[in-house]
Design a binder for this molecule. Structure first.
Ligand SMILES: [Zn+2]
Length: 450
C-alpha cells in the first residue's frame, strides 16, 4: 500500500494503482475500527459519479461491516449532501467516496467522525491501523436511504426569490447538476443547464471551476444569451465558480464581498473568515461594513475548525469553498452558496458588476504554482521569513504574506502537493510587476542555496 495516499485532508490516489479494491477494503476496515473505538457504529456512505466509485463503495462497505459497523448507503450524492446527512439522520459518522475536481483516474475518501471532517494526524491514524493490521471484528448490516430527496426538500424550503433570474449552470458532468437543476426550477429560476447529467468520463471538461479553460463554455453562453449569471461547480459540489452578467469571472474573494455585506446587514459586527490568498479589498470591505475580518490558513478542514472556534457565520476560500454558518450548518456546500447568491441578486435591482462597482481597482495574479519537493518546501518558507524579519511587514499564519503600502505578495507551501503557491496584488500594474519580481527573485535565491 502506498502510504502517501493518506494526505492532509483526505485519502486520495490513482485508481487501480494506489487504490485497488483490496486497499479500499482495508480503508473500510481501518475506518470501521477507528469509528468503533470512538463508540461510533452507524456510518453514512455517499459517493460521487466517478466510474470507480461503485466498485469502491462495495469494498468500503464490506470493510466497515466486517468491523461491526452498520452502513447507511446514500447512493450517489454531492459531498455536502453527505455532510447534510450527518446532521439530518443523526448517525455517528460518514465517508464520502470522491475524487473531487481531479482527473477521472483519481478517486478518494473524505472521512467524518460525528459531524467533524478528520484531517492531519487523524488521517495518519487510519494508515497506522492498516499497517499494524489491528482491526476490530463484528457483523454490521447495510441499509439504503434516499438522502438526496430530503436534501432537495430542505433546501427548497429555505428560499423564495423575488425575481425570476436567468442562470446558466455548468456542473461539468459531476454530481451537482441533477440536484441543483430541479431545485432551481422549483424555485422559479430560468435555468440554462450545461453538462448537468452525470458522466464519470467528464467528456466536456474537468469539473474544476478554478481553471479558466473550464469556464469558457459558460462564459460564451452568458454573453450569447444575455443571462444574469453563470454558476459552475466542481465534481463533488463543495466548490463554486461564478461568472457575472458580462461574462467576467468572479473569484472566491470577490464573491465573499457579496456574501459578507449581506450577512453584516443582518448581523452587525459578525466575524468573517477568509484564507491568506484573498484580496486585501475583501478584508477592508468587511471592516468598512462593521465586521471583524480574520485571515486564516488555506484548507477547508482548517477553515471549518476556525469557524467553529470563533462562531463565524461565514467563511470562504479563494478556491471557491464557501461556508455558511448563518441559516445553515457551517460546511462548504456550493449548491447552498449558489442559492444564497441568487437570493442576493433577486433582492436588488442591480447586477453583480454593479454590486461590486465600488471595490477599488486592483491588479492581481492568479495562483502561481511552482514545483518544490515536499522535503524542502517548508524550509523555503522558514528561510524567507528569516530574510524578511525586521525589514518588511509580513503575516505568517500560513506561508508568508508580505505587506507593502500598495500591495502584497504571498508564498506558501501547499499542504497537499509538492508545490509552492504564490499570489500577488497591487494598486497598479507596474507595482504588481515590481512586487512579483522582488519576491520571486528572493525565492529563487533561496531555492539555489537549499
Ligand atoms: Zn470538491
Amino acid at each position: 500500500m502506498n502510504p502517501f495516499i493518506f494526505r492532509e485532508y483526505d485519502i486520495r490516489g490513482i485508481v487501480n494503482k494506489d487504490l485497488t479494491n483490496d486497499v479500499v477494503y482495508k480503508i473500510g476496515l481501518a475506518c470501521g475500527t477507528y469509528m468503533k473505538r470512538k463508540g461510533k457504529l452507524k456510518i453514512n456512505i455517499g459517493g460521487d459519479c466517478r466510474l470507480s466509485t461503485e466498485q469502491f463503495r462495495e469494498a468500503l462497505m464490506k470493510g466497515l461491516t466486517t468491523t461491526g459497523c452498520d452502513v447507511i448507503n446514500l447512493g450517489i450524492c454531492t459531498t455536502p449532501i453527505l455532510y447534510f446527512s450527518l446532521f439530518h439522520l443523526n448517525n455517528d459518522g460518514g465517508i464520502m467516496i470522491t475524487g473531487s475536481h481531479n482527473p477521472p483516474n483519481f478517486n478518494g475518501f473524505k472521512v467524518c467522525v460525528g459531524t467533524h471532517t478528520i484531517y492531519g494526524e487523524e488521517i495518519q491514524n487510519l494508515r497506522k491501523i492498516i499497517e499494524q493490521g489491528d482491526f476490530e471484528t463484528g457483523n454490521g448490516i447495510v441499509s439504503n436511504y434516499n438522502i438526496v430527496n430530503d436534501y432537495k426538500e430542505f433546501i427548497i424550503e429555505q428560499f423564495t426569490f423575488k425575481k425570476k433570474l436567468n442562470v446558466a449552470i455548468d456542473a461539468g458532468n459531476g454530481t451537482v447538476g441533477e440536484v441543483i437543476v430541479p431545485v432551481l426550477k422549483r424555485l422559479g429560476v430560468n435555468v440554462i443547464p450545461l453538462n448537468c447529467t452525470m458522466d464519470g468520463n467528464f467528456p466536456v471538461h474537468h469539473p474544476d471551476p478554478t481553471v479558466l479553460k473550464n469556464l469558457e463554455q459558460i462564459i460564451s453562453e452568458i454573453k450569447n444569451k444575455h443571462l444574469d449569471l453563470g454558476i459552475a461547480f466542481d465534481g463533488d459540489g463543495d466548490r463554486i465558480g461564478i461568472v457575472n452578467e458580462k461574462g467576467k469571472i468572479i473569484w472566491g474573494d470577490q464573491l465573499m464581498i457579496l456574501y459578507s455585506r449581506d450577512i453584516l446587514k443582518k448581523q452587525p459586527g459578525a466575524t468573517i473568515i477568509s484564507d491568506v490568498k484573498c484580496s486585501k479589498h475583501l478584508y477592508d470591505d468587511i471592516k468598512r461594513n462593521g465586521g471583524h475580518a480574520i485571515m486564516w490558513k488555506t484548507g477547508h478542514s482548517l477553515i471549518k475548525a476556525k469557524m467553529k472556534e470563533v462562531h463565524a457565520p461565514l467563511a470562504g476560500e479563494m478556491s471557491g469553498h464557501i461556508f455558511f454558518g448563518d441559516r445553515y450548518f457551517g460546511y462548504d456546500d456550493a449548491v447552498y452558496a449558489a442559492l444564497r447568491l441568487i437570493e442576493i441578486i433577486a433582492n436588488t435591482d442591480k447586477t453583480i458588476s454593479q454590486l461590486l462597482s465600488d471595490i477599488p481597482q486592483s491588479y492581481v495574479t492568479p495562483e502561481i504554482r511552482i514545483h518544490c519537493s515536499d522535503e524542502i518546501k517548508f524550509r523555503v518558507i522558514d528561510n524567507l521569513k528569516n530574510e524578511l524579519r525586521g525589514k518588511y511587514d509580513f503575516i505568517d499564519i500560513d506561508g508568508v504574506r508580505i505587506i507593502f503600502d500598495d500591495g502584497w505578495g504571498l508564498v506558501r507551501a501547499s499542504n497537499t502537493q509538492p508545490v509552492l503557491v504564490m499570489r500577488f496584488e497591487a494598486d497598479s500594474e507596474k507595482r504588481l510587476e515590481e512586487i512579483k519580481t522582488f519576491i520571486e527573485s528572493k525565492v529563487d535565491r533561496i531555492l539555489e542555496r537549499i
